[in-house]
Design a binder for this molecule. Structure first.
Ligand SMILES: [Zn+2]
Length: 259
């Protein structure tokens, strides 16, 4: 079963990753925040009390049996910059601005927050490298999945065919209507593949971020890809959705560590 539960915290784990990694995408269940962040909000910039966010973060680490001080996270900016986390990040230091995070240090827990954007988790079992990337429409357009694979190759010597990738809970094509400007940019970037990621229904156009990122990974040579196919907007009981909740919501967390 992809869902597990510990102390009231329910989380999704990809089947495709081996036991050599700890990996979880936490649902919104099991935290201390009230509406509209109920309940496991991990976002510090959505109006929730920082003390509650810190309490929720502790619960997440405890549920996985991980040291809260092993955390390394980034300030998400919808770009393609990479942080190579050689050590945990002291929480009193400001986080770097980046949307891709890698480590090969078992003392580091990679931590990232989401609320419709696509979590992409990476593992190379041969080089013992893990990573998380954040891919909203803009990051996808800028090539964040491609940049992540490039980073694994250049920094750690990974071979794309050894890389395992999971595309996690995020807004699905059924709920992601986009406008003319976004449509044009994706048509230009994906050219002959654009038909696979732009769907037209009743005169509206919808963007398939899961397929868009899977195509980027495949073009970069990644063969082992699992898509969770869980839409945040379809499942508001489990996930925060910025779009479906009109911005009045929280952020859920993805964590990865070398076991
Ligand atoms: Zn949906």
């Amino acid at each position: 079963m992809p869902f597990q539960e510990t102390n009231g915290l329910r989380y999704y784990s990809f089947d495709i990753f081996s036991k050599a990694v700890k990996q979880a995408v936490f649902t919104r269940h099991g935290g201390v925040s009230p509406t509209p962040w109920h309940s496991l909000n991990l976002g510090g910039s959505v109006g929730d009390d920082p003390a509650r966010v810190a309490q929720n973060r502790l619960r997440v680490f405890n549920a996985l049996g991980s040291d809260p001080a092993s955390i390394h996270d980034v300030w998400l900016v919808h770009g393609t910059d990479i942080v190579y986390a050689d050590a945990p990040r002291p929480l009193e230091q400001p986080s770097a601005k980046a949307d891709i995070l890698f480590t090969d240090n078992p003392a580091v827990s990679l931590y990232m927050r989401f609320g419709d954007c696509v979590p992409i988790l990476f593992h190379d079992p041969k080089k013992k490298v893990i990573g998380i990337a954040h891919a909203g429409w803009l990051g996808t357009l800028r090539g964040v999945a491609q940049a992540a694979v490039d980073g694994m190759r250049s920094r750690y010597g990974c071979k794309p065919e050894d890389i395992v990738a999971g595309i996690g809970p995020s807004i699905g094509v059924d709920h992601y209507e986009v406008g003319a400007d976004v449509i044009t940019q994706f048509q230009e970037k994906y050219s002959e593949d654009a038909d696979q990621i732009l769907q037209t229904r009743n005169g509206s156009t919808y963007l398939d971020l899961w397929t868009a990122n899977a195509i980027q990974l495949q073009k970069a040579g990644v063969e082992q890809i699992q898509v969770s196919s869980l839409c945040t907007a379809c499942n508001l009981g489990d996930w925060f959705s910025h779009r479906a909740e009109q911005g009045k919501t929280g952020r859920f967390g993805a964590i990865m560590a070398i076991a």
